[in-house]
Ligand binder design. Structure first.
Ligand code: EPS
Length: 384
């Protein structure tokens, strides 16, 4: 993060999860119910384990607010765990292939993989979602929306159009967080069959951000590029194996004359782009088109029918540890991806429009948008 401070802390079976956000603009009214609603979306989704019905994931805001408004101080969000037993957990010595268990145990010099799995667990993403919900609210105040959905579960491709006016209610009604009611049944049947078989499945999420002004991110330094910042944030979500922007991997098969999005005057002083293969980012800078990203999630590595492993105490071959697990958590990941994208976009906006207070952010964002609107007007002064 360049301007926004963002950190999470907490373990899967400790007291709870914490997110701290620094340098938020002062004067913003935080909607706690909207944070809880996003946390509820993360818990939902067909294929989750019993853990999700044990937790109720209501956020408590510990610091940074006065009468519900930010005051320019660090905002601390706390999501309390109900399943608290970190100190009572038995030692676990059989690492799960695909999880952080083995490499983490070697790294931290332990044979008890529970030391590693407590923090590596995707339970941590509850804190990311709480923080992302706040970022989304601030972005919404300046006319930027961020929307995530599930576009594939294993072999079942899930289509649907995020541009339809009731996309949020279609997603809400879907058992897997998709925009494709006709294909949902096949996705549910696949998850059901894999639950029976003691197996797991991954999939794909998509996120679109609309209303992003031209000019977030920068071509000037490698680590300022907006696509790179989004990719790192999305790739940091547990179990994500690839991230694409716009046409992504398909771009490798394209040719220049037909691939690039033409630039045309919009007749109102600005420009339009009839296509959006770039996914709203060119040269690492937002170009005013919707930002479109996708990511692939591998199957969850905690499987009921255990994979081959070893006992770290004896070195003997044994089956990997299993207690309970999700069969599919792509619906949850689509919410986490939406949260992470919102945090990156807010960071990039605060970098472009450094704002101590909300009114600065509102006027600064308007000024950023005015530049793009005046692009094709010859009388437009570049500088006053
Ligand atoms: C998760 C909570 C965890 C897991 C899951 C995600 O709960 P528990 O370990 O108590 O069953 O269900 O974690 C993983 C997928 C993982 O690989 O660690 C949650 O709240 O998202």
């Amino acid at each position: 993060m360049k301007r926004l401070g963002f950190r999470t802390a907490g373990e899967s079976h400790g007291k709870g999860l914490i997110a701290v956000l620094e340098r938020l603009p002062a004067g913003f009214s935080v909607d706690v119910h909207a944070i809880d609603a996003m946390l509820a979306r993360r818990r939902k989704g067909f294929g989750r384990s019993a853990r999700q019905s044990m937790e109720n994931d209501a956020v408590e805001i510990l610091t940074g607010l006065k009468r519900g408004k930010t005051i320019g101080a660090p905002l601390t969000l706390f999501v309390r765990n109900k399943d608290v037993r970190i100190d009572a957990y038995r030692e676990l010595h059989r690492p799960r292939p695909g999880h952080a268990d083995l490499a983490g145990a070697v790294k931290f010099g332990t044979k008890d993989v529970a030391d590693v799995m407590e923090r590596a667990s995707a339970r941590e993403t509850a804190a990311r979602v709480a923080a992302g919900a706040v970022a989304s609210q601030i972005l919404s105040a300046v006319g930027i929306s961020v929307f995530g959905w599930v576009s594939r579960i294993g072999s079942v491709a899930l289509g649907g159009n995020p541009e339809i006016p009731d996309a949020a209610s279609v997603r809400e009604a879907s058992p897997v967080g998709s925009l494709d009611p006709e294909a949902d049944g096949r996705a549910v049947a696949l998850i059901e069959a894999l639950r029976e078989a003691g197996d797991t499945v991954g999939g794909e999420f998509s996120v679109v951000a609309r209303g992003v002004p031209v000019g977030l991110g920068s071509h000037a330094e490698w680590d300022s590029r907006l696509d790179g910042r989004l990719a790192q944030a999305l790739m940091s979500i547990p179990a994500i194996k690839s991230v694409e922007v716009g046409d992504g991997a398909q771009s490798a098969m394209a040719q220049g004359l037909t691939y690039h999005d033409p630039i045309v005057p919009d007749g109102a002083g600005g420009v339009d782009r009839p296509t959006n293969r770039a996914g709203g980012i060119e040269g690492g800078i937002s170009n005013g088109m919707p930002i479109v990203v996708r990511g692939a999630m591998k199957p969850i590595p905690t499987v009921r029918k255990p994979l081959p492993s070893i006992n770290l105490q004896t070195g003997d071959p044994e089956e990997a540890v299993w207690e309970r697990s999700d069969v599919c958590s792509v619906p949850a990941v689509s919410v986490v991806a939406e949260a992470m994208a919102a945090l990156v976009l807010l960071d990039a906006l605060l970098e472009a429009v450094p704002s101590d207070a909300l009114d600065h952010l509102l006027t600064g964002t308007d000024a950023l948008r005015a530049r793009a609107r005046g692009l094709t007007r010859s009388e437009r002064p570049i500088r006053p």
